[in-house]
Every structure is written in structure tokens, then in C-alpha cells.
Design a protein around this ligand. Sequence first.
Ligand code: FMN
Length: 205
Amino acid sequence: MELNPEMLEPSACYKLLIGTVVPRPIAFVSSISTTGNINLAPFSYFNAVSHHPLVLAFSVALKADGSEKDTLRNVRPVSEGGTGEYVINLAVEPYIRQVAEASESLPYGESEFNHIDLTTVPSQLVQAPRVAESPVAFECRTLQIVPIGTFNLVLGEVVHLFVRDDLVDENYRVDTQKLAPVGRMAGNNYCYTDRQFTIPNGLSR
Ligand SMILES: Cc1cc2nc3c(=O)[nH]c(=O)nc-3n(C[C@H](O)[C@H](O)[C@H](O)COP(=O)(O)O)c2cc1C
């Protein structure tokens, strides 16, 4: 099949994209409003952008009615009505069902933490709490928000990192098997990452 995206419905582009750019890591974003309401939502349009400085990006769609999702409102800079701060927790095996549950849309100001079996812990440098159950948490400050059509790409600088002690050695090497991250596939499908293998340097030479 040869496809011209300009000739396709957005829903077809969506299905093609989420079915091919797989597996996607999942940012489980905790954020807070200026009035102190805590919000939690998963985003799989997510990846690392730079490690010097340490920058992560995730992309948020506008709602069908054109309004902004709670996360986007909260992570907007203070000058745009947000707090400009948030935490990217990682979606991992032990609570992947709660991650999916947190994608339910709630009225602005109502916290997912009231409905989902997860707990919060205060962060070190940002107002938004991290998810206590998450083995990794990146405390972020919004660097830039880039509007892209019906999406907004949020670029955030990591100002503090939490990694559970048993996952990382003294040389900062992470045990990815133990981390047990879950990937998002198409639709409601997810994948485990426990079948890992090594390609030794020089194999192809
Ligand atoms: C695993 C998973 C990944 C998701 N990824 C995204 C994404 O990358 N961008 C997006 O706009 N919505 C994504 N969603 C949907 C949002 O989580 C959903 O719209 C949520 O209600 C937004 O919450 P908020 O309004 O509290 O910010 C995803 C949902 C799930 C379950």
C-alpha cells in the first residue's frame, strides 16, 4: 500500500501511526493546577529528546471539542495559567492497569488519585507529587510548548530524578529487566519488555 497522508482521514493516520510506531514508552504524568488540584494521566507520544541538558517530550492532543486536557493546562508556564511543573513517572508492570484507568477523563480539578489505587509522595523540587509506586520519576519544568496542529508538544527539563535504589548501580547503570517497563502497542494493547538480548559490538563486521 502506498499512502499519501494528505488524502487520509485523521482517524486513519492515527491507526497507522499507533500501529507502526511501537512499542511506545508511556509517560505517566502527575501535574498540579494553580489551585492545588493533582492530576494524573498517561501519554505514549513520549520520548527522550536530550540528555545534556536532560529533556523529555510528550505530546498532548486537544479534546474533541477543541479544549485542552487537564495535563496541558497544568504544565503550561505560569504566564499561561499553569504551574509549569510536572513529574513524569514511568508505566511499569506492577501498576499498568491503574495507568490505563488514569486515562479516564474527569472534570477539571478532580484528581485521578481519588479513583485509582495509587499514592502520591511529595517531589523534591516541583510542586506536583510523584507516584509513590513508580520506580522512576523525572521532576520536570516546562521548557517550551510547541503547538502542532491539534497537538501540543511539551518539552520539559528534568530538574530532579528519583530512581529506586535496587534498580541502579554505583555507575548509574539501570537494571532494565527489573524496571519492567511496559510499552504501548495499538489500541488497548500493551507489551512487556522481558525478552531482551545482546548484540555484541563488531558482530556485523
Ligand atoms: C496508554 C495510554 C497512552 C496515551 N497517550 C496519549 C498521548 O500520547 N497523548 C494524548 O493526548 N492522550 C493520550 N492518552 C489519552 C489520555 O491519557 C487521556 O486523554 C486523559 O484523559 C488525559 O487526562 P487529563 O485530561 O487529565 O490530562 C493515552 C491513554 C493511554 C491509556
